[in-house]
Design a protein around this ligand. Sequence first.
Ligand code: BG6
Length: 524
Amino acid sequence: MTAAVELEPNPLFEGLRSARVPAPCCVVIFGASGDLTRRKLVPALYALAAEGTLPAGFTVIGAGRTHMSDEEFRNTMRDDVQRFGRLPVDDDVWSAFAQGLRYVTYHLEARDGLDPVRRALDEADRTRGTARNRVIYFSVPSTAVLLLAERLHAAGLHEDSRSSFCRVVIEKPFGRDLETARELNRSLHQFFREDQIYRIDHYLGKESVQNLLVFRFANGIFEPLWNRQYIDHVQITVAESMGIEARGAYYEQAGALRDIVQNHIMQLMAIVGMEPMPNFQAETVRDEKVKLLRAVRPIHPDDALSHTVRGQYAGGWVDGERVPGYREEKDVAPGSLRETYVAMKVDIDNWRWAGTPFYLRTGKRLVKRATEILIQFRRVPHSPFGGSIAMPMGGLPPDAIDPNLLVLRIQPEEGITLRFSAKVPGQAMRIRSVNMDFLYGSAFLKQSPEAYERLLLDCMLGDATLFAREDEVEEAWRLCTAILDGWRAHPPDQAHCPNYEAGTWGPPEADAFMARDGRTWHRP
Ligand code: BG6
């Protein structure tokens, strides 16, 4: 692991320098002309530069299949940082950052197709002092991941030493199911050690997700209640109002379960459900997450339908705009049965959670964008209050009093709400739920960094805490693969697909699914 080092300060960044500055290094991005590079990666690296978090000599080598000069790459990236970045472009910061921006063309088909990349890396080591420290970002289609790993290995670009590091960042999808994920892990290990592999899940880089760990383990008051005795159930919602954008071809292969549940939602569930870790080291945190995922009760494929609800959106209205149905999107088959919505119930077989289910759901084209975790506490066992207008005699039954809720809002409007009962002012004993709110925006005036800023920096620092380990990914696939198998054996009826209108909260079956357990979905 490489410790943060103190370097010659760059006068431009002086005063902004963070305590966590990595050793001089080079980030190579394969797939440099792609969307992720333009919208997320380079804007995140620029923000790190602007905040004084990058080492002297920091270099980015964009590697793409199309031809482009360094100058063209720099100009395109500057426009993209301007357009997609969190911070406005500052001329001085940009020119210092751009000095380290290079572009090379590579070919995977040819055995020597990575030579230009190797030459650019050698040159960066010589001229910018990057000391053979490399972060190699695979922003390439999943079909190209293994070949790229193999070529890097053949070119000797996998090597590290006591004094230099080489780490690879792999984007999702990490396999299509348990078998392919295992195979991918096995194959990648031929070329890189596990500690060199950083499987990125951008949800883990979100401030509000990291705060879940702090909320749980840096507060004494919630942890004693965080179990089956006090919590009735948990709901995790990742709702999106947008559709599939221009990603029809990808989404036809993926669907909501692979796209969101297997990674983002499983990570959120692991953090909400895990046991306290003894320290904040990568392996200890990940050990606890894996333990939780291992405790998830397997769903037999034959039971997939009774444990889940699938949905697909039809056309409708979102934010006052008419939007097409999934089947009308580009690159989607007219009779596609691909799911754009999933709801499911997960049981966790351990002492903390036995009998307290987790309900998970995600969907495209829902009413609004909202990711949140809802903890619904058990109702009071008995209500002593009499004299209410509703029940003048004999007090209120416990189910007339709403249960306490804790809502952890991941995005947007990051924050936490605790809902509890209060007396309505007046002569009668009337009870109503009220909210106690914490809003990131008002508590901390500082803007939160983007997820990719945090994750890229962590990778440069050799901190894998917020990246998924091989066993985590496989455990998450274990559950999802059984569901996929069950769904494949029982495809949805064409007559019931699509089954929800864009701009609604999903298929009516999802409400019935909750009602069966005597519960309702929380409306974010
Ligand atoms: C990605 C999915 O991983 O996460 C997208 O592929 C989804 O389909 C996106 O829209 C959501 O991310 P965020 O950060 O906007 O919640």
